[in-house]
Design a protein around this ligand. Structure first.
Ligand code: HNI
Length: 147
């Protein structure tokens, strides 16, 4: 069971209430596909991922970025039960999509960078520490069904 301080709970909820989920998801997934091009292998059906401009302009990337954020929002609503909440998602990424679990940390880092750029000076070290812990719990929950 993950223990959350009041500050961590409030901070995580504030972040997700402040940010534009569509914009953050789109920018974070774009960064992941551009900075770590091997991650493109999982999205072959998304169409043109030829370069950064194509990736940024690809509507499937935008839509999936929002899907990822909706997954995170579900975890925000279930902070005390993320592992169970993400159990099916873990099976999907492991057994159907065969996503290398290292990539979860890469996308989580891209989300952190975009949230930091979005929040600017209010993205203090303490705020980043709370987001980092939340995303680390997410990554751990997504990896739980990998064997
Ligand atoms: Ni991920 C589908 C959430 C990381 C590749 N992913 C989903 C769905 C959610 C989701 C939600 C939709 C499930 C459904 O349709 O029922 N993915 C997340 C979250 C993270 C994550 C919360 C981590 C922060 N996914 C990744 C990573 C990759 C990835 C790192 C590959 C690099 N995900 C996929 C693919 C799909 C997917 C591929 C299926 C997309 C499709 O439309 O077929």
């Amino acid at each position: 069971m993950v223990e959350w301080t009041d500050f961590e709970r409030t901070t995580i909820q504030n972040i997700f209430s402040k940010i534009d989920h569509s914009a953050v998801g789109h920018q974070a997934l774009t960064r992941c596909l551009v900075v770590y091009p091997w991650t493109q292998r999982y999205f072959a059906k998304f169409g043109n991922l030829y370069n950064a401009a194509a990736i940024m302009g690809n509507p499937n990337v935008a839509a999936h970025g929002l899907t990822v954020m909706r997954g995170l929002e579900n975890a925000v609503k279930n902070l005390d039960n993320i592992k169970a909440t993400f159990s099916e998602l873990s099976v999907l990424h492991s057994e159907k999509l065969h996503v290398d679990p290292d990539n979860f940390r890469l996308l989580a880092d891209c989300i952190t960078i975009v949230v930091g750029a979005t929040l600017g000076s209010s993205f203090t070290a303490e705020v980043q520490a709370a987001l980092h812990k939340f995303l680390a719990v997410i990554v751990s929950a997504l990896v739980q069904q990998y064997h």
